[in-house]
Design a protein around this ligand. Sequence first.
Ligand code: ADP
Ligand code: MG
Length: 501
Amino acid sequence: MPENVIPVTRFRQANPVLGEGLALPLFDSLGSTVAYTFHGFIILKGSMSSSTTNGPVSTRILIALKKRVPADHWSTWFEHIQFEQIQFENNKLVEGSSATQIKTIQVKVPSTLHSSFLQQRYMSLFEEVLTDEFAVGTPCDISFQVASAAASGISKASPSEELLALNQNLNFDNFITGPSNQLAHAAAQAVADNPGGSYNPFFLHGSVGLGKTHLLQAVAHHLRDTGVKDVITISCASFTNEFISALSSGRIDQFRSRYRRAGALLIDDIQFLCDKERTQEEFFHTFNEIYNQERQVFLTSDAPPSEISGLSERLVSRFRLGLVVQMDPPDLETRMAIIRRKAQQRGFQLPLEVVEVVAHRIRDNIRELEGAVLRIESMSRHENLEINTETVTHTINELMGETSSRIDLRKIESLICEEFMVSSLDLHSPRRTRSIVLPRQVCMYLGRRHTDCSLGEIGQYFGGRDHSTVLHSIDKIRQSILIDSTLQRSVEMVEERLRRI
Ligand code: ADP
Ligand code: MG
């Protein structure tokens, strides 16, 4: 059989029962609003500069950064950075007792992607950290440089160092299930128990912070513990970086043989393959090799295969060969269970009413729930504040931004009825004609933006629709207003009126 062809007999219809599910809107996973506060031990995995003179300075900067960077960003974006060419005010390259102000600093990063991402998202943090740690008064010149693979030492790192750092806590025992993630959890367990079996590939998608990486790592732990050899767990960004650096340093054969002989291949956030033609091509061959030999492939993504823009058709069809499962935001009870467990794990108990306050306020992202628990811990341990519904509500509002309690779905609905000349009866009805569907979708979109109703509550209000329909509607309007100026004007007008309520 020619290479890269999947035998027809192995071709199964993707997920005949479940289908792919509706696309979740592409939340801006990089823009979480939660402030993360880390207390206790800091385990530093970022690279120190090899220069001994810069060592302590680099370490201080990295420790300060690590405290303020969300854990998932750390492993992807900060793990391989190095600080070099640190120049102090007195023009020396060492930390002198008389002058400790840093004048210039060069950040070496593994790729241009790292460089642009860090500059866009974290430049102000770098500045803040330098100011705090080294009392930089005058503007400090921070430059970013892409390290050549050979010079950076990245290529010398052992393969295991480049893989997704496995976190022992991300295991099945610590994963709390509820209706929104039961299927994903069961499928992940089946994959872990029977790799390369009927759920191959396993494609798990859902919006940010719902536990995809957690399940991916849980499967990886289980496979390793049960003796599966060469389990590769990697983020798609690292896979891409590694491919590019293998290409540029002429080590593509090593790259290929390492990935193609993997006993199981688990890639996180595969949506980052979009528009990267050569990496897609390489991954296609890797995938086929592993799949044809009945070894497990497990991919996570923020959208179902067909909704990942810029992904080649043949990859889309490969991704749909096995089981495609969507993860949904957790319901209230699951959120409460998660909050209690997270607090317990950090050694404190929260009164039930406080758990309720948090679970009501934070609905769509478990990482944000964790952020809230950390914040409450800090309130109690470091600020000596009493933990009650009042103090916690105040803090969560600070964390999440306040939503106006004056605007509710009813008000939105009445403005939409006027603007689109439909009746409220129509909006609540099962009718699916465009003249009704559009205003109903706009209601859902505005409901999400201007109230703190959950997706489920919005769906319930508009005729008992489920939350994935609501998500789909929100996404639809978000995209439509970009191309339809009439719709955009209508939405803006309603929003203007809402602001005046
Ligand atoms: P995603 O990869 O979908 O963005 P993660 O897997 O990184 O989300 O999850 C975000 C955080 O929430 C992690 O710390 C994870 O351990 C936690 N988490 C997610 N789902 C659960 C769950 N069902 N039970 C316990 N913790 C969870
Ligand atoms: Mg993830």
